[in-house]
Structures are given as C-alpha cells and as structure tokens.
Write a protein that binds this ligand. Sequence first.
Ligand SMILES: Cc1cc2nc3c(=O)[nH]c(=O)nc-3n(C[C@H](O)[C@H](O)[C@H](O)COP(=O)(O)OP(=O)(O)OC[C@H]3O[C@@H](n4cnc5c(N)ncnc54)[C@H](O)[C@@H]3O)c2cc1C
Length: 496
Amino acid sequence: MSNENLTTMIYNGIEVYGGAKRERRARPNATYHEAARDVPVFAETDVLVVGGGPAGTTAAIAAGRIGADVMLVERYNHLGGLSTGGLVLWIDRMTDWTGQRVIAGVARDYLDRLPKEAVMGPLHADWGSRDDATAAYWRQRSAAFKGIVTYSPTIDPEALKTLSMQMTLEQNVRLVFHAWAAMPIVEEGAMRGAIFESKEGRQAILAKVVIDTTGDADLLARAGLSLESDIDAQDIHHTINTAFLLGGVDMERWMSFREEQRDDFSAFMVQGRKALEFFEVPSCSWRNDIALFMGPRLTGYSAVNVEDLSEVEIRSRYLTVGYVDFYRKRAPGFEKAFLMLGAPQIGVRHSRRLMGDNKVTRAQWEEGTVWDDEIGVSTSLSPNFPNISVPYGSLLPQELEGVLGAGRHIACDASSHSFLREIPQCWLTGHAAGVAAGLAAGSALEPRQVQPQMIQRELLRQGAYLSPAIEKALRQRPEEKEAGDSRARLESSGRT
Ligand SMILES: Cc1cc2nc3c(=O)[nH]c(=O)nc-3n(C[C@H](O)[C@H](O)[C@H](O)COP(=O)(O)OP(=O)(O)OC[C@H]3O[C@@H](n4cnc5c(N)ncnc54)[C@H](O)[C@@H]3O)c2cc1C
C-alpha cells in the first residue's frame, strides 16, 4: 500500500494527513428492489438506547436508575464506544479551570468505581493547581493544559468495559450486543423503536422513547431529519484514524528523553518525518509500559461513507506498522515495543449533528449564558471563557417526537463541537437524555413535554452538577408534582 496520495498539512500546529484529493470509485448507476416484509418483534421496552458508547451507556444507567425498563443495542461486543473500543482512554477534562469538578453524576461513579490501578491522574488536591512544577509534570501526562492541572485521567479501557457492563446490569438494563440498528420505526411523527439486524436477521424493538447515541445520529438520519455537518476545515476535529497501543515500552524513559535531550528529540522528529512523511509522538496511557497513539490523523474522509471508512482502516494500519518499526529502532524506551492492539473501533471525531430546539454556540460561551433548561455544565476551551451551560433543547431533534439524541452529535455549532464531543461531555449529555427518557416513558409523555426542572431535580439526585443559578432557582420553586407541562415546555421552545 503506497502512501503517495497523502499530503501532510498543519492545522493549529498539529499535523494531519490529507486524503481529500483521491478520487472516489464510481458506483453502478442502478437500484435493486427489496421486497417489503413483516419482521418479528424482538422486544417491547420503555426506553430503547441505540449505541453503547459513553453517551449511550450513561443514558441506559440513568434511565434504569429511575425505574424505566431499558434495552441497549450495540453493534460490537462491549460498552464504552470510542472510550474503550476506540482506545480513546484519555478522559479529557472533568474539572473547570478553578479545579471544580463539573462533570459529575454517573461520570463520577465510573471514575470512583474503576480499580485504582486502572486510572492514572492527578490527586484531588492538585486539580486547578497553577504551580509550575506540578503543571509541568502533569502536562507530560495529558492532565495539565494552559499551565493549569485538570482532572483528565487516562484509564484502562478493559476495566471501563467491565465496569460499564456491571453498572448497566445493576440497573437491569437488557444488553443486546452484535446487533446493528438499521432503521427507525416512525409512526405519526414520533420514533417508536428501531429495526435492527443481527445473526437472527431483521427484527423490531418497540419503545415508548428512543435515544440515538450512535455518535453519527444514524437513526435521526434514517428518519430523514435535517442534520448539520459543517466543520472548521482548519480544525483537527473532523479527522479520522484508528488509534493503537504499543506495549513493552518505558514511557518514563521516553519522557526524560523528550524533556532533557531537546536537541536529540528535535533530530528524532526530523528523522521521523523523513522516514514516514508524517510523524506523531505518543501519549501516556494508564501504565508506564503501554504507549497510546491517537493518530495518525487523516483528513478529507467521511465517517458515513463505507469506502472512506475502509480506506482509513487500510491507511491507518499501514502507518501504524511504519510507526512500530521506526519507534523500535530509534526511540529511547521503545526498543522492545510491540503492537499490542489496533483499536477495534475506528476513531471518528465528527460526522453529523442534530438540529435541536436549541444549540450550544460560540456566541453563547462568549456571553456566558446559563440556560433555564440546563442539563449540565461543560468545561470551556480556555480560561478566557466561563463554563458552558448545556440546554435540554440541544438533545431534542426539531422535527420528531419520541426521540432524544446525546453524545457527539448533539445540537451545537462547529466550534462548540470541539469540546462537546469529548468523553466527559458525552457522559453528561447521555446522563440527561437517560433521565429525560425515563421520566417521559414513566408519564406517557413525549421527551419534549417533560419539564426541565423535573429533569434537573433528578439529575441532582443522581449526583450531577448544575450551575449555582439553576440550583438556586430550583430551591426557590415548589417541587413539580407531574413530569410534564407540555404547554409551558412547547412555549419555551418556541414551537407553539
Ligand atoms: C482519535 C480520537 C481521539 C479523541 N481524543 C479524545 C480525548 O483525548 N479525550 C476525550 O475525552 N475525547 C476524545 N475523543 C472524542 C471521544 O472519544 C468521542 O467523541 C466520544 O467517545 C463519543 O461518544 P459517543 O457515545 O457519542 O459515541 P461513540 O463513542 O462513537 O459510541 C457510539 C457507539 O454506538 C455504536 N453504534 C453506532 N452505530 C450503531 C448502530 N447503527 N447500531 C448499533 N450500534 C451502533 C458504536 O459501535 C459505538 O459503540 C477522541 C476521539 C477520537 C476519534
């Protein structure tokens, strides 16, 4: 496999490989008529969650915690999505710039319950520290940014798989692995389940509420909804690649080389670029003897085009093998390195975003808006901006009832997507979607009709963090007796 069609580009100081110039293969200009048929109903449930990544797993747990009957459909054999199967084991930022933990709730439970040896990150006392030495130590280990220590641990993906399974099963969530949701079931303007494919063929699951946590808004797209896909071309957030782990390394030695032998390190990078055209350094994992490579980042590919996905796999493998060879020969600490694992899931950062009743925008974070229907608070991109209030409306697809979206396809602009797609934020939106779906199903309401304050109270009961202004407003308001107040909700979303 030749590398010659790839060109190296530099976006914001980060190198990416361009694939956009290659020509797509022509496809036959023909269609095949598939006959209509009745499909067996596999199950009926209150809440159907499609996609068991960070958002879907958290949604299922949260809905289960309020007593809903929940089914979770996942195409692979594990939970965690990209955070486990994609080897994205760097959980990038649970704390804000002051060191306050803003991503809490189920997200906090994951980190509190993972075995100690499965997590590498700064102690609570250091979160928010601006001490130069402490920040310099954690910067090398992916847990300090802009000179501030953040709670951004790296975790053992296998331990997170196990814990995710355990926490869903504790809530009696019915897990259906090796099942690919193919089509939504849409009746009278509402999603009421999905048709999925498995070794048993095509079957239907009927549900009161569906949560699309496929990462690519697969069900919303198949339902024919309008979606957004614009992305800043100068940003790495649209790049795709398959990550990999190298075992048998000594990362402490590698980091000393990088920090203390600056000239040798620069020469190493020059040699690497010459040998492989494009070159990247590893990140620390949760262990000293395992290195994480989250590139090489490829640009110009679509995450929802099957031929592009195939080509990204081929190119990623080709580059991976080149990296292993080069690092073994030349990188201190990598002499005995071996390719431990190429990620089972392709690393997609962005594909589609739903169009919601509301959305997070750059203008919002510049103004510091706190939404009345806030369902969580994200850390901001830099200390220049306040925390970002995430509205319930960003989970509600505009044109359809019966369905919520959570995870990396929530409604936001391209700038805000760069941080809302991170694992902690996907935990956050998944948590809220699960609570909202559980409340809706339990009260025979559409998700859009559920009072945001009821969702907020339940989120707080489940340990989530909300802006102080929202907590205060809730304290001053009598507790809602019913989950829904459809008129008020529809008015506040401007849809009356
Ligand atoms: C290379 C790379 C580096 C990254 N770096 C970081 C980082 O350092 N820190 C950080 O916090 N975040 C990082 N991210 C972002 C983060 O990993 C993802 O955005 C996040 O995992 C998205 O979570 P999700 O639940 O929305 O979707 P996913 O994690 O994509 O999970 C979706 C799940 O749905 C399943 N699924 C999809 N379609 C179907 C279907 N039709 N039927 C059944 N199942 C389906 C998939 O198999 C998958 O398990 C990175 C991402 C990539 C790709």
